[in-house]
Design a protein around this ligand. Structure first.
Ligand SMILES: Cc1cc2nc3c(=O)[nH]c(=O)nc-3n(C[C@H](O)[C@H](O)[C@H](O)COP(=O)(O)OP(=O)(O)OC[C@H]3O[C@@H](n4cnc5c(N)ncnc54)[C@H](O)[C@@H]3O)c2cc1C
Length: 288
């Protein structure tokens, strides 16, 4: 690992000052579970590493005035997995957090790191996309709010500039008769990343689907929404036939590659199966 200067700012403003001076040669570190391996194998060689752990404000997990959720970027996967409010109102998010690595990894791994690392397989991205979350970003010109759907630009690329940091993720209120679920497929049961991940979120209105959101991981350079499948469900009763048709349509949103972990054809098959399963579980939860 190349030597670097370590900075530990104790506030967002102090962090932004460091980034203004050193941004292009600096890397932020939260839990370090993605960054440290990248430093160790010399994939990255920053002259300066900025440790966010001293910024207490980024650890907040709280309800917004509109009954939504504000998740500080340093909130860990373990905290999301265990939080009673998240488990009750946003089960897909709690489920995705519970799948990240091991307990040891989840105690370090943050939601901000998971999103900003921008791996196509990031588990917490699909539920947050399906929940229509926004990213709150701080930079030298103040704060800006970006829908998570616009946050990812490519593999390991986001809209964040070198002088910016992710502050919070804001998730809208769960709403009535709403349910969600996240499932992924991994060849190994433990410590593996998603070959495909699918999050589904449905809201029922007068017995039909008022809103459907489906997001896919590991089948494109960025996490993607399956909009044709969503539109096919909205306004319709969520019958097994409608869910099967939506699962077929979800495959159209996938642009998978073939690699050592699975062929493109296998990944398309997984999208169909996991979309059907997650929609079925989301419907059960919305109906409960
Ligand atoms: C053994 C192992 C198993 C894993 N299993 C999984 C898994 O099952 N599913 C999964 O999705 N991931 C997995 N991961 C990857 C990793 O644990 C997660 O992506 C984690 O959430 C990253 O969070 P972090 O806080 O450790 O990020 P860090 O490593 O600290 O940072 C990751 C990236 O985000 C940037 N960053 C961090 N915080 C901010 C911020 N607030 N603003 C701007 N940029 C920021 C950093 O500069 C860096 O580029 C695994 C990793 C390991 C080592």
């Amino acid at each position: 690992m190349r030597r670097f200067e370590l900075m530990v700012p104790d506030s967002v403003d102090a962090c932004l000052r460091v980034l203004a001076e050193r941004g292009s040669e600096a890397k932020l570190v939260a839990g370090g579970t993605d960054l440290l391996p990248q430093l160790k194998n010399a994939m990255l060689k920053p002259a300066c590493v900025v440790d966010l752990s001293g910024i207490v404000r980024l650890r907040r997990l709280e309800r917004t005035s509109g009954d939504g959720l504000r998740i500080g970027s340093l909130v860990t996967a373990r905290a999301l997995e265990l939080d009673p409010g998240v488990r009750a109102d946003y089960p897909a998010l709690a489920e995705s957090a519970a799948l990240v690595g091991s307990v040891q990894i989840r105690n370090l791994a943050t939601v901000g790191g998971n999103l900003c690392n921008a791996a196509p397989s990031a588990d917490m991205a699909p539920p947050l996309l399906a929940l229509e979350a926004d990213a709150i970003i701080a930079g030298p010109r103040g704060e800006r709010r970006v829908p998570l759907a616009d946050f990812f630009l490519g593999v390991r690329r986001t809209v964040l500039g070198p002088d910016e940091l992710l502050l919070d993720i804001v998730v809208p209120g769960p709403g009535a008769r709403n349910g969600g679920n996240y499932l992924r497929h991994t060849p190994r049961r433990e410590l593996d990343i998603a070959v495909v991940g699918v999050a589904s979120q449905v809201a029922l209105t007068d017995g039909v689907c008022g809103k459907a959101r489906i997001a896919l991981a590991a089948v494109a350079p960025v996490p993607v929404r399956a909009t044709a499948a969503e539109q096919a469900l909205e306004g319709q009763p969520l019958t097994p036939q409608a869910i099967t048709r939506a699962a077929d349509l979800a495959v159209e949103a996938a642009r998978p590659i073939t690699d050592q972990r699975g062929s493109a054809e296998f990944r398309r098959h997984l999208v169909r199966v996991l979309t059907r399963r997650t929609l079925t579980i989301a419907l059960e939860r919305a109906s409960a």
